[in-house]
Design a binder for this molecule. Structure first.
Ligand code: GH3
Ligand code: MG
Ligand code: MG
Ligand code: MG
Length: 314
């Protein structure tokens, strides 16, 4: 619970990219001036279910990288305007928020050129002509690696819940979907464990940590695949429940509350149970700012705490 406006979550650095949507049908940016090669690669990738974007110059490639947020980049070594290595350098500078594999491809595949590309940060260097039988498995392999790396960045280390960065991405995505009227209302739930300080004081931080882990594990047990749990901070979590009204959300939180109440935690001397308080905000149109949603849910949570804890306020 925030004691003042100043402590409210800051959401100005919202990242509007869309990891999960790209994962469904990945975008591959091809920066190469060899029209014949580009046409062949484009057709081949598209016939295998990928989306492609083409840039015939380095400059255009950098521009498209900004606009399209591709999942993987195929980059030529020699381009008509900017040197491929210079493009590589600029791409890496721009791509700091998430990992995007850059695969250099060139007929100029001397050891010197390869070494230079690797030293500058290329993920792979493939000589032309490419081996068609290897190409799709290779691309899939690199995309999988990318997803794994980027997912690690979105996870909370202790509990395996998502982190704040994911929360911002997911909340923005859900609002965008509502604005486009492609989905019904979703619910945002803010949760805070009750008297958690006492758990630490009575049983120690390690036991406290186990409680947090179990909390997330139990939520995942009752969650649908589309639901997500994020660790907002210490013992505060948020649930994002797509296609869920506030009453449905209340019922689901209640199911989870029951499951948690049955969970006996063990310390050296004692068994104990934990409870939580929750505030729900139903979001039924796309005009909401993430900060407003968080504030609403937070106010409801505060009321739940204020009126005795272990309850949900809508
Ligand atoms: P309330 O019911 O009002 O929420 O009381 P509370 O004791 O839960 O609230 P308070 O915010 O005073 O305490 C939260 C505690 O959570 C304090 C902090 O030490 C503990 N905490 C935060 N992060 C972690 C963590 O990663 N592990 C453990 N074990 N404790 C944590
Ligand atoms: Mg070229
Ligand atoms: Mg707290
Ligand atoms: Mg608490």
């Amino acid at each position: 619970v925030y004691k003042s406006e100043k402590e409210m979550p800051v959401t100005e650095n919202i990242w509007t990219g869309d990891l999960t949507e790209q994962e469904e049908r990945p975008f591959i940016l091809i920066i190469d001036d060899d029209v014949e090669f580009v046409t062949f690669i484009k057709d081949y990738l598209e016939s295998n279910g990928f989306q492609t974007i083409i840039a015939l110059t380095g400059e255009k490639g950098l521009e498209l990288f900004y606009d399209m947020k591709p999942s993987l980049i195929i980059l030529d070594y020699i381009l008509p305007d900017i040197d491929g290595i210079a493009v590589l350098k600029q791409l890496l500078e721009k791509a700091q928020k998430e990992f995007t594999p850059i695969v250099m491809m060139s007929a100029h595949s001397s050891s010197e050129n390869r070494a230079r590309a690797y030293e500058m940060g290329a993920f792979d260097f493939i000589g032309k002509p490419i081996d068609k039988n290897l190409f799709i498995p290779f691309i899939n392999n690199r995309l999988k690696f990318r997803d794994r790396v980027n997912n690690f960045v979105l996870q909370d280390e202790l509990t395996g819940a998502y982190n704040r960065k994911y929360l911002t991405i997911e909340l923005t995505k859900q609002i965008k979907k509502l604005a486009e009227k492609t989905t019904p209302a979703f619910s945002y739930v803010m949760v805070d464990l009750d008297h958690f300080k006492q758990v630490n004081d009575n049983y120690g931080h390690l036991v406290g940590d186990e409680v947090l882990k179990k909390f997330v594990e139990l939520f995942k047990r009752v969650a649908r695949p589309e639901d997500s749990i994020c660790r907002y901070g210490g013992e505060e979590f948020t649930f994002i429940l797509p296609d869920t009204t506030r009453h449905q959300a209340e019922a689901r939180v209640s199911t989870f509350r029951e499951l948690l109440s049955e969970q006996k935690f063990q310390s050296e001397s004692d068994t104990f149970t934990v409870t939580f308080s929750a505030g729900i905000k139903e979001v039924d149109n796309g005009s909401f700012h993430p900060k407003m949603i968080m504030e609403h849910a937070d106010k409801a949570l505060y009321m739940a705490k204020d009126s005795g804890r272990n309850k949900t306020i809508i």
